[in-house]
Design a protein around this ligand. Structure first.
Ligand SMILES: C[S@@+](CC[C@H](N)C(=O)[O-])C[C@H]1O[C@@H](n2cnc3c(N)ncnc32)[C@H](O)[C@@H]1O
Length: 501
């Protein structure tokens, strides 16, 4: 076995460096394939702030957030189901303890409010989010010590490992020559994609890659590339410990980041509303809207029984997406969560809803201007807020295309909204041109629209010098990935109303 110390001292590009005898620190910054994109962001954020963001982007979000599907269970029952799941499926007792240390929304708010000193007193949304959401805190970064032998995985696999996954054969690129089933191995993720499938290499420290933990090989080396299914490495020492929950209790819960949940609550869906989710796939926000409507309906029915008045209030939810295949996924999700009776899913281009192409006479009626009480525009974006991410591959042209297309969708969203209704605009991007500058575009072009407050305000204000006044900045929500109190993905939300004449 080689002595690692000499290489660790010399490392420049790894995500950790030696800081003492047997001690390492995590120093990874997200890299940009197109340096122009980084310079573009530095223009708005400044170099220091951007560096903090780059660092946080390589780290796993602070909480795994679980939305309770109230149609099929409730929070108390789901907490028991989750505890049982972890006891049965998680071998490490330590991890079982970490994963069942469930947090509440109030725990998260305490963390934020101490710092934001936000004194708004609206408890309705707080209570609702608390009642239907479970948080599990990520532990890390931990600093396991790298060893030999080593394997290199691709970026998609590496980012999944940072989110709690094990390593499937399909993600393994190269490895040292001799690895036997049962060996402990160190896992690295390639940064520059130079390593090809099946490659044998001598030393990860000579490659451009980042260390993401250690695990036990469940296969001999040769078998990594013979099979394309199944787990190849079970991770035992991770940089970040968070629960692997994909495909778990799928009818009872939905994994959704806090800013996405918060976006839907800001839309304030109510019984009797005509609601449109303009860009809905895969349906995360649509199904939360439907689930809130379902809860209102149950409460309303109980009250109606009390007063022997059985008036049904008709609520309409339209979930649109341009992509037919994705619409099928929204339909499947609605069925799985038993919410299908609430939602009409349609394959449509939302940038043309009230303008051209209304060949269907029904669409002419459905998508009339000024006809929706609630409009959600969570449109296509550059995704520059997704984390954990080691490399950002968008180009400057991608960013411009994104913000220009969002303007077309904004034009339609404003047109569809009823006077007095609510429009919520959101992106999972940190690019001000898709966020603050698009809000400024909307306000400048539609004087009938005004920004309204988001309560409780749980994130950072908008960036200054991006087209919004100081007051307007306070009205938008900017989930900054470098804000370690909340530790979410990068996200942006603006909430508007249309002034009645
Ligand atoms: C950020 S995702 C939406 C996520 C979704 N709101 C959720 O919470 O699950 C953006 C979606 O916009 C869709 N999209 C892109 N262009 C569109 C258009 N012109 N009309 C409607 N949908 C569009 C994409 O197919 C993609 O599914």
């Amino acid at each position: 076995m080689k002595d690692l110390n000499h290489v660790l001292n010399e490392m420049k590009i790894m995500n950790f460096k030696k800081i003492g005898d047997d001690e390492y620190t995590n120093e990874c910054l997200m890299e940009f394939k197109d340096i122009e994109v980084l310079n573009h962001l530095i223009k708005y954020y400044g170099k220091e702030h951007m560096e903090r963001i780059q660092k946080s982007m390589t780290q796993t979000f602070l909480y795994t957030t679980i939305r309770v599907n109230t149609m099929n269970t409730n929070k108390d029952k789901l907490l028991i189901d989750l505890s049982n799941h972890f006891k049965t499926n998680e071998k490490s007792i330590e991890n079982q303890e970490i994963f069942t240390n469930f947090k509440s929304f109030n725990d998260i708010l305490n963390n934020i409010e101490n710092n934001n000193n936000d004194n708004d007193n609206n408890d309705e949304i707080k209570n609702q989010i608390s009642k239907d959401t479970i948080f599990i805190k990520t532990i890390g970064p931990l600093i396991p010590k790298p060893i030999y032998p080593q394997i290199i995985v691709d970026l998609i696999c590496g980012e999944a490992v940072l989110r709690g996954s094990n390593i499937f054969s399909i993600g393994v690129l190269g490895s040292n020559k001799y690895i036997k089933k049962g060996n402990m191995v160190s896992v690295f993720v390639t940064i520059d994609s130079r390593v090809s499938k099946g490659e044998i290499f001598e030393d990860c420290f000579k490659e451009k890659c980042a260390f993401i933990g250690n695990g036990i090989s469940l296969l001999d080396r040769d078998d990594y590339h013979q099979t394309r299914v199944g787990v190849a490495i079970e991770m035992t020492e991770r940089l970040y410990v968070c629960p692997p929950l994909n495909s778990v209790l799928e009818d009872k819960m939905f994994l959704q980041h806090l800013p996405s949940i918060y976006t839907v609550y800001q839309l304030e869906p109510k019984l009797g509303d005509k609601i449109i989710d303009m860009c809905a796939a895969p349906g995360g926000k649509t199904t939360l809207i439907a689930s809130l409507i379902q809860q209102f309906e149950i409460n309303n029915n109980q009250n109606n029984q009390k007063y022997q008045n059985n008036n049904e209030i008709k609520t309409e939810i339209f979930a649109l997406d341009k992509n037919k295949g994705k619409v099928k996924k929204i339909i499947d999700l609605c069925k799985r969560l038993s919410l299908d009776k609430y939602v009409t899913c349609l394959a449509k281009d939302s940038s043309k809803l009230t303008k051209e192409n209304q060949q269907d006479p029904l669409d002419k009626i459905r998508f009339q201007s000024n006809s929706f009480d609630k409009v959600l525009l969570d449109g296509p974006c550059s995704g520059l807020g997704s984390r954990p991410r080691l490399i950002e591959s968008s180009s400057l042209v991608d960013l411009t295309n994104s913000s220009e297309f969002q303007k077309k969708l904004i034009d339609q969203a404003v047109s569809l909204l009823k006077p007095g209704g609510i429009l919520v605009y959101s992106t999972c991007s940190i690019n001000p041109e898709e966020n603050e500058l698009n809000v400024s575009y909307l306000l400048n072009n539609y004087p009938e629209m005004k920004l309204i407050p988001q309560i409780p305000h749980i994130s950072q204000p908008g960036l200054p010098n991006c087209g919004l006044t100081e007051q307007q900045c306070k009205l938008v929500s900017r989930f900054d990935p470098s804000d370690s109190n909340i530790g979410t993905i990068g996200f942006f939300i603006a909430k508007f109303t249309k002034i009645k004449n």
